[in-house]
Design a protein around this ligand. Structure first.
Ligand code: CA
Length: 236
């Protein structure tokens, strides 16, 4: 029998949470491998070559960050951090160490599945030569034509500054992924200084204004204070 299911490795020491995730993922058609410690996670990672890893940070032997660094030495396998930690610094550290995303406990099934789909999609895209067909990005009524550096809502062009366009393009290229302030700043300005986050926030506010989004109104970019920005995927 050919096994073409995506393989997901779960590294989580809490038995109850582990069995909830296993049932959820198996019911969604994924093949699941479980580890209850960082050490076992590394062993299974090397022997099973999973497509996605769901990683708890608080593990009995060493911190989950240890696994993250271990994998990122030579692989881009998507890693979704699952954490009870609500401290923003932990999220930022995990994302900056190369985690693709994080989900905070308690999480919803729909949210976890959406994050897994996004991680798989982005990972497959990143290995393609042309990221988007025809160099055009579409999300609901938003269109970005990368070659012409033009942005449209429905058919109306939104005139953005160079920097504003660069920020929007960067978020769209990482659609669905939470980008930390540091990652965006590095991508846009290449360096960061004391005023960088403020500068980013000012640009984001201007982009919102040009799109006609009123304060508090939901749109396709969400901001988690103290962490970063995410362009929301199609199913979110
Ligand atoms: Ca734990």
């Amino acid at each position: 029998m050919v096994n073409n299911k995506y393989k997901i490795l779960i590294i989580e020491d809490d038995k109850n949470i582990r069995s909830i995730i296993v049932s959820l993922l198996e019911a969604s058609g994924y093949q699941v491998i479980c580890a209850d410690s960082c050490g076992a996670g590394k062993t299974f990672y090397q022997s099973h070559h999973p497509d996605v890893v769901i990683l708890d940070l608080g593990l009995p032997d060493t911190d989950g960050m240890n696994f993250l660094n271990f994998v990122r030495e030579d692989s881009l396998t998507p890693i979704i951090v699952l954490s009870a930690r609500t401290d923003d610094m932990d999220k930022v550290n995990a994302l900056d160490a190369g985690a693709n995303d994080y989900v905070t406990k308690p999480f919803s099934s729909a949210e976890l599945l959406a994050r897994i789909r996004t991680a798989l999609r982005n990972y497959r895209h990143s290995s393609d030569s042309g990221k988007f067909p025809g160099g055009v990005f579409r999300l609901q009524d938003l269109t970005i034509a990368y070659d012409a550096r033009q942005v449209f809502i429905s058919d109306k062009e939104i005139k953005l500054s160079q920097t504003e366009y660069n920020i929007l393009a960067l978020l769209s290229e990482n659609c669905g992924k939470m980008m930390t302030y540091a990652a965006i700043i590095k991508g846009i300005w290449g360096y960061s200084d004391e005023g960088s986050i403020k500068k980013l926030q000012v640009n984001m506010a201007n982009i919102r204004k040009k799109f006609g989004v009123r304060p508090g109104e939901r749109w396709f970019i969400s901001n988690e204070l103290g962490v970063g920005y995410r362009m929301n995927g199609v199913n979110e």
